[in-house]
Design a protein around this ligand. Sequence first.
Ligand code: PLP
Length: 382
Amino acid sequence: MNPAHPREWAELETPVLLVEPAPLARNLARMQARATELGVRLRPHVKTHKSLALWRRQEALGARGITVSTLAEADHFFAHGVSDVLYAACIAPAKLAHALRLRQAGCALTVLVDSVASATAVAEGARAAGQRLEVALEIDTDDHRAGLKPDARELTEVAAALDGPGTHLWGVLTHAGGSYALAEPAALRACAERERAGCVEAAQRLRAAGHECREVSVGSTPTALAATSLAGVTELRAGVYVFHDLVMLGLGVCTREELALSVLTSVTGHQREKGWVLVDAGWMALSRDRGTAAQARDHGYGAVCTLDGRWLEELSFRDANQEHGILVAEPALDVARRFPLGTLLRILPNHACATAAAFPRYVLLDERGHPTSEAWERLNGW
Ligand SMILES: Cc1ncc(COP(=O)(O)O)c(C=O)c1O
């Protein structure tokens, strides 16, 4: 422990995942206000935080139901009383039995499909088990990932495959993940509108063909913050807005003051002649995500800050090994004097979801930026 640091940091064994309360509270309130203003329900994607404490904060502000990316998240949140669960990744056939177990236990689980083959497998599996599953249909509105195009012929064929005793069409869902590649406000607004319009079009086609299509679910953080109208949409899903990160900063959808997550790390050594500072947070702690590489400002493996959150522009996080981070300064800087052994630094992550996944819990800072004894557990793995 560097004697220059306040004593309350001494008990933390680095690397540690830190959350700042003020930006967190602002981020939570801002997204809830957006959903309310746009007239839709907010169904947060808990894959970012995977934490009951954080979900309870979202729920207290008005969020209703959760989105999950794994059935482990569904199990965890359902075991703690959250039963309205949307599993927003197309289901692998082998996971159907798990989904049906959750349903049988009373979880109002909705699963996702994007093909006739998958819809048929879910419908037959649920019928054979004597159960009824709610099923959402994924729509591709930005050529980014999975889903059927809003004008695809198969749309009504999938709905027909779900029209039986084992399944019920819950609605349509889209995620404009392509928004992560856009940094202009006008481009983000246009992407949000394509996301909305494509999903609404798919719902209208299904309804016109005689299928009930109650829900129209859209969202990603950039499009949720850029949308000017969500007419025809019933719910908004967003995840990373809780903490924001350097990728969101690069897209211009948040400011530095809204970055709520950081990794506390210790200086473990130097290569003085090369201007290197070695720290105990490598890619295991920060992830290998290089999401800012394609942006106007590339932050390497993260942005380096002092304990009180001041950006250290003179250090760049150039390389990461499993447990070593290599921070590089101009060789003229005497790094060993400026950042002595044991110095504590904070690293802002490129991608909050990927970084948080390495840690079992969050340590909450207080309003002065000092660590508290409060820690929020999080779930990891599948
Ligand atoms: C299906 C789906 N919905 C919603 C989200 C939330 O997006 P974001 O984290 O940008 O808010 C994601 C994120 O990957 C997703 O995959």
